[in-house]
Ligand binder design. Structure first.
Ligand code: NDP
Length: 323
């Protein structure tokens, strides 16, 4: 690491979803002069959503990208500096009051007294070679982003959770037919979402079914489905395949430095946002595999900024700080 470009700040926020922006609003109002690095997907997962109907304060709903732009403006109004860039390496201090270092885009290092991690989670894929080859050629993990391209066509969706159920009904409004593959003999989605699926005429719901192969060279032309009870295989014609089987937290860069659960979600202490390292806090989906809502992410973003502010105040007043 070269020292010639070091910048020392009070608060570094990594990630720009509802958690990151809410942390930024609170941290900038507390005069921590936060700098946010947006990551690869500025605005986070909500920028791939059309309508957000369940965030309090928007009685008519709001589209995801607009909401994220408003959050950014609100954070900037109080002095947050939003920079486009990826944190590619970190060297976190283990000491109370220590300085944490983060490398941006493999080139510039930033030093920070506190770090708020809000890097979110990313969609999972099945991992089949045919699926990977056809990503961007008809295989997608975001129905609301890409569903439009399959207007009046036949598509399939994989998954049995709330996301799959929600996306299947969304697609059913656009596409002529949606084949939904659930690998077990039941869905994990809430009963209300299951009812929406079963009450939608053009969703062909298939249990005990999984993708055997995505067919097509350059673009998706069909799907070979395996019934994992009978062993039977069947080919159907589709032009789009949507994968909705959950998410993976974006924590790769913190491996070996921060405590994580087996599946990669960051561990926070009690009901706080404190990680195992003093001055490093985590908020949003990166530490929450259970609720994962914009409003809960925003709530924990607020908590992280308050935790960071109190941590710094305690150091300043030379109080005992528990790591
Ligand atoms: P979930 O983890 O809840 O569900 C994942 C689904 O994908 C499960 O049906 C799982 O099957 C299936 N799956 C996983 N891996 C594979 C695989 N390799 N092949 C085939 N199927 C697979 O993820 P979601 O994204 O659906 O939801 C995440 C969280 O967000 C949940 O808590 C959910 O309630 C919440 N949510 C809430 C919404 C709302 O309230 N409007 C909307 C969307 C999400 P199996 O059951 O067999 O493991």
């Amino acid at each position: 690491m070269s020292d010639n470009k070091l910048e020392r700040i009070k608060c570094l926020i990594i990630g720009s979803g509802p958690a990151g922006y809410t942390a930024a609003i609170y941290a900038s109002r507390a005069d921590l002069k936060p700098i946010m690095y947006t990551g690869m997907e500025p605005g986070g997962q909500l920028t791939t959503t059309t309508e957000v109907d369940n965030f309090p304060g928007y009685p008519e709903g709001i589209d995801g990208p607009t909401m994220m732009m408003q959050l950014q403006k609100q954070a900037e109004r109080f002095g947050t500096e939003v920079r486009i860039g990826m944190v590619t390496e970190v060297e976190f201090s283990k000491e109370v009051g220590g300085i944490h270092k983060a490398c941006i885009d493999n080139s510039t290092w930033v030093e920070a007294e506190t770090v708020i991690i809000s890097t979110g989670a990313t969609a999972k894929y099945l991992g089949l070679p045919s699926e990977q080859r056809l990503r961007g050629g008809g295989v997608s993990a975001c129905a609301v982003c890409d569903g439009f391209f399959y207007k009046n066509q036949e598509v399939a969706i994989v998954g049995g959770g709330d996301t799959a159920a929600e996306e299947a009904t969304y697609l059913a409004n656009i596409c002529s037919k949606v084949t939904m593959l659930v690998r077990k003999d039941e869905m994990r989605a809430s009963k209300a979402m299951q009812h929406r699926v079963t009450n939608t005429k053009n969703i062909d719901l298939r249990y005990n079914s999984q993708v055997d192969e995505v067919l097509g060279e350059q673009v998706v032309e069909g799907l070979r489905i395996l019934n994992n009870v009978t062993g039977e295989k069947e080919e159907i014609n589709i032009t789009g395949l949507f994968i909705a089987i959950g998410h993976k937290p974006n924590t790769e860069v913190f491996k070996g430095q921060l405590d994580m659960h087996e599946d990669g979600y960051l561990i926070t202490q009690g009901k706080s946002t404190k990680t195992n390292l003093p001055g490093v806090f985590a908020s949003g989906d990166v530490q929450d595999k259970e609720y994962r809502q914009a409003v809960t992410a925003a709530g924990t973003g607020c908590m992280a900024a308050l935790d960071a502010e109190r941590y710094l105040a305690a150091i300043e007043s030379k109080e005992e700080v528990s790591a």
